[in-house]
Design a protein around this ligand. Structure first.
Ligand code: HEC
Length: 140
């Protein structure tokens, strides 16, 4: 027969497993992992913010380091953005500025961001995850 100490240890273990399971269910991905997924697989920020290598691929060593836009519109666009700034580490923006860009499509100057940058309407959670990933400065 198990003594009461063993019972307490077992009850503690069961509680730990339940709490861990609940936490995992409510936060399916850590913010940095979520941000990496959004940047790399969904929003594809690297398409414009990473320089090309001359063969049409990305210069992997310059991942998200900022780049000249490599395509032009077929119709005249007066406010075309020719340069996609550095995102790696986000040294040049505050969190609030990035949130305005990703949640509202407004640049630090208060004006709508110029094409071909998309106007994203991200949730605060997704914008926060992208900020966490970019600030983490994770090498590709
Ligand atoms: C299709 C190309 C493209 C994609 C994809 C793209 N961007 Fe941009 N981004 C640009 C261009 C061009 C600019 C410059 C816009 C301007 O000058 O107004 C820019 C500007 C920015 C700025 C600075 C805004 C400002 O006004 O200073 C931030 C921050 C930014 N992008 C973040 C991101 C993030 C994060 C992603 C992915 C979630 C992303 N971009 C995806 C092209 C792109």
């Amino acid at each position: 027969m198990m003594n009461s100490r063993t019972n307490r240890v077992l009850a503690g273990l069961v509680l730990l497993i339940v709490v861990t399971g609940l936490a995992a269910a409510s936060f399916p991905q850590a913010p940095v992992a979520r941000g990496e997924y959004l940047v790399e697989q969904v929003a594809k920020c690297g398409e414009c913010h990473t320089p090309r290598d001359g063969q049409g691929g990305w210069d992997e060593k310059q991942w998200l380091m900022g780049a000249p836009i490599w395509f032009r519109p077929v119709q005249p666009v007066t406010d075309w953005g020719y340069l996609a700034p550095r995102l790696a580490g986000l040294p040049n923006f505050t969190d609030e500025q990035i949130r305005a860009v990703l949640e509202k499509g407004t640049g630090p100057n208060g004006l709508p961001i110029r094409p071909p940058m998309h106007i994203y309407n991200m949730t605060p959670e997704d914008a926060g995850a992208i900020i966490a990933y970019l600030r983490a400065g994770k090498a590709r």
